[in-house]
Design a protein around this ligand. Structure first.
Ligand code: NAP
Length: 295
């Protein structure tokens, strides 16, 4: 996104603390305006900086932010897996999910994953309590690992359907290994299999990229399979604000939520870790909407 609206006025001092984002690319990210709006609203002498880090430079970048005394960084595509082996310690979540999206730099460099907590906060905000409920998750990529882990540790049961069935089966197996007693099944995201599982779901979560801008005409739900009437949908995509799958769910009378609140809550969780301060979540959401041209 080339225009993210008016820039936040930041005045740095000799005491300013820095945090930031490792990505490749990072230009599209709305995390800088989101975090800087929060620092500004709280009058904190902190600043969040985007760092375009080529994959081969990631080890140097980790050493660099340690040397420079940053409080922490977020990480996005393609660095989340590579960071696993570049930290001193991993949280239980980061280890179980197999991805690091937040570094906390102190005496040790600790790899966290705030995507799972961010998803769960955003889901609970919709009024859905996952305990003992059955969730149909479309997709088995990186985001699905965090979402699946969050749902299973909260006490939900899970069916994972993915275009590449072997990947769904592998994720189900991994999740069973890391979450004791987890009930997970896997299959192929094709009309017959989806029809058989759709009516058993209490919630549908889309973790595939299908329908994301600029390919917003796409829909992971195959034509000809009715969406289960009234079953809520959480779509991790937030551009466009309403995917074709969300429209399909709403037409069935269901509540449909996009992924922007998950993005905000994973950021809020990182903010808490770095600063020890409760973040102004509403202001972070407003900053994101502004950066996306929706306010
Ligand atoms: P990823 O690891 O690349 O996984 C992509 C997933 O999409 C895989 O399951 C893949 O299936 C599936 N897929 C791709 N093309 C498909 C097609 N034509 N038909 C059916 N399935 C297809 O990506 P990711 O990092 O998990 O991200 C997935 C989505 O979540 C993205 O839209 C991302 O923006 C969003 N996300 C949102 C947040 C948030 O905070 N809201 C956080 C993380 C991610 P195969 O295995 O068959 O390739």
């Amino acid at each position: 996104m080339s225009d993210q609206g008016p820039r936040t006025a930041i005045s740095l001092t000799g005491h300013s603390r820095l945090v930031g984002l490792f990505g490749w690319p990072v230009e599209h990210s709305i995390s800088p305006p989101m975090h800087n709006a929060a620092f500004s609203a709280l009058g904190m002498d902190w600043c969040y900086v985007p760092f375009a880090v080529p994959p081969e430079c990631l080890p140097d970048a980790v050493r660099g932010v340690r040397a420079l005394g940053l409080a922490g960084v977020n990480a996005t595509v393609p660095h989340k897996q590579a960071l696993l082996s570049l930290v001193d310690a991993l949280t239980t979540e980061a280890q179980a999910i197999g991805a690091v999206n937040t570094l906390l730099l102190g005496e040790q460099t600790v790899g966290h994953n705030t995507d799972a907590a961010g998803f769960m906060r955003a889901l609970r905000e919709t009024g859905f309590a996952p305990e003992s409920r059955h969730v149909l998750m479309l997709g088995a990529g990186g985001a699905a690992r965090a979402v699946g882990y969050a749902l299973l540790t909260a006490g939900a049961t899970l069916t994972i359907l993915n275009r590449t069935e072997e990947r769904a089966a592998a994720l189900a197996q991994d999740l069973k290994t890391v979450v004791a007693g987890a009930i997970v099944e896997a299959g192929s995201l094709e009309p017959g299999v989806l029809s058989a599982h759709a009516h058993q779901a209490d919630l549908v979560v889309n973790t595939t990229v299908v329908g994301m801008s600029p390919h917003s005409a796409g829909c992971p739900w195959p034509v000809g399979v009715p969406y289960p009437a009234g079953v809520p949908l959480f779509d991790l995509i937030y551009t466009p604000p309403e995917t074709r799958l969300m429209a399909l769910a709403r037409q069935s009378g269901a509540h449909a939520t996009n992924g922007l609140t998950m993005l905000v809550h994973q950021g809020a969780e990182a903010f808490r870790l770095w600063t020890g301060v409760e973040p102004p979540v509403d202001i972070m959401l407003q900053a994101c909407l502004h950066a996306l041209g929706r306010s």
